[in-house]
Design a protein around this ligand. Sequence first.
Ligand code: LRH
Length: 499
Amino acid sequence: MSDKAFLAIDMGASSGRHVVGLFDGRRVKLEEVYRFQNGPVEVGNRLYWDVLGQWTHIRNGLYAAGSRVNTTVASVGVDTWGVDFGLLDRNDELLGNPYHYRDHRTDGMMEKAFQIVPREEIFRQTGLQFMQLNTLYQLLAMKFAGSPLLEIADRLLMMPDLFHWMLTGEKCNEFTDATTTQFFNPVERRWATELLERFGLPTHILGPIVQPGTVLGPLRPSVAAETGLTQTQVVLPGTHDTASAVMAVPAREPCEDWPNWCYISLGTWALMGVEVKQPVITEKSLALNFTNEGGVGGTIRLLKNITGLWLVQECRRIWNQGGRSWDWEDLNRLTAESPGLVSFINPDHPMFLAPTDMPEAIREFTRRTGQSVPSTEGAVLRCALDSIAMKFRHVLGMCEELIGRRIEVIHIVGGGTKNRLLCQAAADACGRPVLAGPVEATALGNIMMQAVAAGEVGSISEAREIIRQSFPLDEYSPQNTAAWDEAFPRFLQILEADV
Ligand code: LRH
C-alpha cells in the first residue's frame, strides 16, 4: 500500500510550519517541508498578526509540500493558537489587521465586563477560564474604543477559520477554536448569544459550528493551480492548536469515566489538564479558574493555562538583543548549574504577560516579594523553571480535586519536551512519572484528525495507538521530592503575595 500524505499547517508563537504526515497504514512519519517566522508585528503601540505575509507563506509551503512529497497530498488543515480572529465585511473584505492577543488593548477589560455581567454568570454560560486575552474581551475592547470595524463586521472567523476561508472560499466556525472565545456554551454546544447580547455585542457575525474532521472542500482554483495541489481537500483538524496537541497525547483511553492521566501541552504556554466527556462547570471549577474547552471527538479539555516557556524565550530574546547570541544549550547548562528552589515567581502574574524586559520583570517580582534576587542568567532561568514546575504541582492537585481521583502519570507533549530540565523538574515537583513526547504533538494531532476523516484511521483512540507505535517517549521518574515538598508552601505564599 502506498503512503498517504496529509499536510498540517501549524502556526505557533514564533514560527509557522508545514509538516507532512506520511501514513503507511501502521505508522506515521513526519517531514517538515516549510518553515516561516510567525511573530507579531508591532505598529505604534499595537500588536498585529502579519496576516497577508502569512498567507504568502501558507501558499509557498503548499507548493513546497507538493514538490517534496512523492505522492498526492490528500488533505491539508490549519491550526493556530486560540482566541484571535479576523472580521469580514458583507463583501468579504478583511477588516483591518487581526490583533495579536498580547496587545494591551484588553488591559482592564475583564473588570469592565464584570460590571455588566457578573463573573459567575459568564462562567455559568461558557465554562471558560478568565483571561484578558479571551476573544470576548478583545471584542469588548473594540466596542469600548468605538471601533467602526465592529459596526460593519458581517462575519467573525477565528484565525484558522480565516485561513481556511482564504484557502477554499468557505466560511465556517470550527468547534474547538470557537470554544476558546468565552462566548460559546459548551453544555448546549452552541454560541452563547444571550451573553453577547447582554454586552451589546453583535451575534449575527457568528456562523454555524463545524466539527473537526469535516471536509471543507477543495482549494480555490487559483490556489490549486499556483501550488500544484489540484487533488487536495481542506479538512478541518482541531484548529485550536491545543486541541490538536491533546489529540496526540499517547495515552490509553480511560477505562472509567475519569482519566488517571493528565497532559501538559508544553510550549510558549503550558496547558495542563484532563480530557473529560462533559464540561465541569461548578463552583469549584470557577474558583480554581479552570476552563472547559472543546476537544476533538466532542471531548472537553478541562484545563488551566500556565505561562510556559514564554518566560525563558523572552529572557533569551532580551539577552540576545545586546549583541550576544546565547543558544539554548549554553543557557540550559547555566540553568542546571544554578542552585534550585531559591526564589519563585508566579508565572501567571499579569506583569509577565507582555513585559518589555522579562529578566528585569522576574527580578522585580522577587524584589517585591522579599526573596533573593537572581543576578545571573542561570539563576533567572532557574527561578522561572522552578516556578513553572511548582505551578504544575499546584494545578495537578486542582485537577485531582476536580475529578475526584488520583492522577498517576503526566504526559508532556509539544516542543517543550526538548527542555529536559523542565520535564525532570515537573516529575520532581509533582512526584509523578512524566512521559514526554511526541515533540511534534500539534502537527501530529492535526494530521491524525485528517487521517481519521479520510477513513485511514478508525478512531481517535486508534490514532493515539498509532502515535504510541510511531514515536519513542522519554520517561522521567520523580527524584529529590522531599526538597520540592518542603519548598512548596513557600511557593504557595508567593502566589498569594500582593505584588
Ligand atoms: C496555546 C494557546 C492556548 C491559548 C493561547 C492563546 O498556543 O492556543 O491554548 O489559551 O494559546
